[in-house]
Design a protein around this ligand. Structure first.
Ligand SMILES: NC(=O)c1ccc[n+]([C@@H]2O[C@H](COP(=O)([O-])OP(=O)(O)OC[C@H]3O[C@@H](n4cnc5c(N)ncnc54)[C@H](OP(=O)(O)O)[C@@H]3O)[C@@H](O)[C@H]2O)c1
Length: 322
């Protein structure tokens, strides 16, 4: 495994981050395709053994049970100081007033619930899962800063939003001397490259680390376009993100993987790992082979010609995943 600094911080992270949305009680929350605790633990252990030290979850994943499963497995299989543990806040956790969003009340409440479920007294990277148009940016940024000062959070990050929203939050923090975001977790892969227009140049300019989510387009980049899996059949959010024209990109991945004699997932991840702006893709691993491919991709170097072939068929998309 390779390790890099997260953006302009001094924090070392593995070049592969394990996406823990895959792990959670299937009948809790909205992801019925998740692996339960028993099936999840060997994969978390395998990731650690492969040198992965960076783990991403969220309060909303499987109604908090992802945090519970991940926290317990990491306590059993790793030393807390060796791990970079990331979670998120914003999604709705309860019906009714103050059940979600980025108000001071919601943030202060949700960090306590996340810490309890994760079984730890601090989170390394606390990310806002989306922009909250109903809360003043000052309120959110000061609350996040207070968590850092209280020692409950080491760094703060953000996830999918417009570049102007991210920029506004950053300059608000700067203006008040509060903590700035060090990372952007956004939707970026070979079939969704809209982030190259505004968000990625902004992150490069500002020294913000980039952590792409769904780096394999939720599996679409790993198999023939018309093939369905147990997950893809029930992944309702995933089914809104891609379009028929992406088939040509999947075919290019298939061709290059065939010529190389490696699985398609390795080629798609290697392309992402080659992007200057990308710190660590957040990979979803539901089987041991998924992790093996992710780790192997770190060492796979694509030629300029292969990169050009992978990029050529891309067709622009409407904004998806905010
Ligand atoms: N911030 C956000 O809003 C946001 C949104 C989405 C995700 N995330 C984060 O990003 C993480 C990853 O998301 P994701 O699971 O959608 O990512 P992904 O890596 O694009 O998709 C994972 C799926 O791809 C397939 N796959 C993975 N490796 C494979 C391999 N080597 N060979 C064949 N198929 C392979 C599997 O599909 P099958 O199971 O169908 O075989 C697997 O479930 C999440 O766990 C979460 O931490 C964040």
């Amino acid at each position: 495994m390779q390790y890099v600094k997260l953006g302009s911080t001094g924090l070392d992270v593995s070049r592969i981050c394990l996406g823990c949305m895959t792990y959670g009680v299937p009948d809790r929350g909205t992801h019925e395709w998740t692996l339960d605790e028993e099936a999840s633990r060997p994969l978390i252990r395998q990731a650690l053994e492969a040198g992965i030290t960076f783990f991403d979850t969220a309060n909303v994943y499987s109604d908090g049970t992802s945090e519970e499963i991940v926290g317990k497995a990491l306590a059993d299989f790793a030393r807390r100081d060796d791990i970079v543990l990331a979670t998120k806040v914003h999604g709705r956790m309860r019906p009714g007033p103050n059940g979600g969003g980025l108000s001071r009340k919601a943030i202060m409440t949700e960090i306590e619930h996340s810490l309890r479920r994760l079984g730890t007294d601090y989170v390394d990277l606390y990310q806002i899962h989306r922009f909250d148009p109903h809360t003043p940016v000052e309120e959110t940024m000061e609350a996040l800063h207070d968590l850092v000062k209280a020692g409950k959070v080491r760094y703060i990050g953000a996830s999918s939003m417009y570049a102007w929203q991210f920029s506004k939050m950053q300059y608000t923090a700067e203006r008040h001397g509060w903590t700035r975001f060090v990372s952007m977790q956004n939707h970026y892969n070979l079939v969704y490259r809209e982030e190259e227009r505004e968000m990625l140049p902004l992150c490069a300019d500002q020294g913000v680390g980039v952590l792409p989510w769904s780096p394999l387009a939720r599996g679409r980049l790993t198999r023939d376009w018309d093939t369905a899996t147990g997950r893809s059949a029930t992944d309702t959010f995933g089914s809104t993100l891609y379009q028929e024209g992406d088939r040509a990109v999947v075919e290019a991945v298939t061709r290059i993987a065939g010529e190389r004699g490696v699985p398609r997932a390795q080629v798609a991840l290697a392309w992402l790992l080659h992007q200057d702006t990308v710190t660590a893709p957040i990979v979803g691993a539901a089987r041991p082979g998924h992790l093996e491919d992710a780790v192997a991709a770190v060492e796979l170097t694509l030629s300029e010609k292969e990169t050009e072939e992978l990029e050529r068929p891309y067709a622009p998309h409407p904004i998806a995943g905010h």
